[in-house]
Design a protein around this ligand. Structure first.
Ligand SMILES: Nc1ncnc2c1ncn2[C@@H]1O[C@H](COP(=O)(O)OP(=O)(O)OP(=O)(O)O)[C@@H](O)[C@H]1O
Ligand SMILES: [Mg+2]
Length: 352
């Protein structure tokens, strides 16, 4: 029971990535979610390195700048973490009611999580109520407390109040489901290519079948371009993000193709995991998001290698929005994949 609740009809999703901070505000007062605003702020490369916050004050300034640009006035935000300090696992355990499961989950987690159980935040979701032998299947999520606390403190120090801390992969799934018309039976690979981390989440019927983070992202492509073409990081970044013309396109395509090998292997491994677990034989489609989604030829390269359709997530541009307020619709479409996490978070309607 809520004795007091501050009624609010909008929610703010805040995605702190290692290259960009992204903010999305969604108005929930109509029958369909309405995009109120979105904004992106580039972080200096030394602010967050490989997921580690190196310079708090740079990140705090970035959060404040992004919020101001988006015109956000409310303090409550929904945010997410990802990377090596987050473990997502499917676990089969004895059937029990949710309250008992909350207790029992600690014992389960001890067997499945490679960290000290006192050092993690735990959550779970029942995936299948009955898998026979009086057992149920749950999705166990464990995140290192230290990382979750650091993340929350940072947001508080920027003057905001984190009310929900989610996981990047699930936020991407939420954004996808909110805007997808695909039938439930399809096995969809949601691949969010950030700058240092790629979140893979394979879903069917709104249920995650397999979730894993790979330690590779668009930086690997930028570094390969930088090295093989002898250009600066900034020049290579502009090429990889499609902002500048590619002069020697044959050569560039070769560089991108070989840099894609690690990512491709990660996808292959995830698929064989699914097959071994008997959850799915193959993927029906893959939806790319994150800043890496638009790396030239990547979609084509991966599509050919895996023999499936790869498309780009355009959830942000398909959410209802005011055209005048949003300005250039092509720009909205171009930036859309970068906002999958922040959009998925804002769609959670946390601020009741
Ligand atoms: N329009 C664009 N403007 C700027 N960067 C872009 C654009 N399109 C793609 N990029 C690329 O996107 C990358 C950042 O993607 P994204 O914002 O998803 O990463 P992140 O969330 O900051 O990183 P991570 O999730 O790994 O911590 C940059 O490395 C850049 O190369
Ligand atoms: Mg990211």
């Amino acid at each position: 029971m809520k004795l007091f609740s501050k009624k609010s009809n909008s929610s703010v999703g805040l995605d702190i990535g290692s290259s960009f901070i992204k903010v999305v505000e969604i108005d929930h007062s109509k029958s369909e979610p309405l995009l109120k605003s979105y904004s992106i702020t580039k972080l200096p490369p030394e602010a967050i390195v490989e997921g580690e916050i190196m310079d708090r004050s740079l990140v705090i300034e970035g959060i404040q700048d992004c919020m101001t640009k988006a015109g956000v006035t409310r303090k409550d935000v929904i945010t997410a973490v990802s990377g090596r300090a987050v473990i997502v696992k499917k676990v089969v355990m004895d059937k029990m009611n949710p309250d008992d499961a909350k207790e029992a989950i600690f014992w389960e987690a001890e067997q499945h999580v490679p960290f000290d159980i006192d050092d993690v935040c735990l959550d779970f979701q029942v995936l299948k109520e009955d898998v026979g032998a009086n057992q149920m299947e749950i999705l166990l999520v464990a995140a290192k407390k230290e990382m979750v606390n650091t993340h929350a403190d940072l947001i508080r120090d920027a003057g905001f109040n984190p009310i929900i801390i989610d996981v990047d992969s699930f936020a991407v799934q939420n954004a996808y489901e909110a805007t997808s018309t695909a039938s439930g039976e399809r096995v969809t690979g949601l691949i969010n290519i950030g700058s240092d981390v790629t979140n893979i989440n394979i879903v069917q019927d709104n249920i995650p079948l397999f979730t894993r983070d790979l330690s590779v992202g668009s930086n690997a492509f930028i570094e390969a371009m930088q090295r093989d073409l002898g250009v600066s990081f900034e020049e290579a970044e502009a090429m990889v993000s499609g902002e500048s013309e590619l002069e020697n396109s044959e050569k560039c395509r070769g560089i991108i193709d070989s840099a894609a090998a690690e990512l491709s292997m990660g996808i292959e491994r995830s698929l064989s995991f699914l097959k071994t677990a008997g959850d799915a034989e193959e993927l029906d489609e893959v939806v790319l998001s994150g800043g890496g989604a638009r790396i030239p030829w990547l979609k084509e390269n991966l599509g050919e290698k895996h023999g499936i359709e790869f498309r780009i997530n355009e959830s942000l541009s398909s959410i209802e929005h005011d055209d005048i307020l949003m300005g250039d619709s092509q720009e909205l479409e171009r930036m859309s994949p970068l906002f999958s996490v922040s959009l998925g978070l804002a769609l959670r309607r946390g601020g009741a």
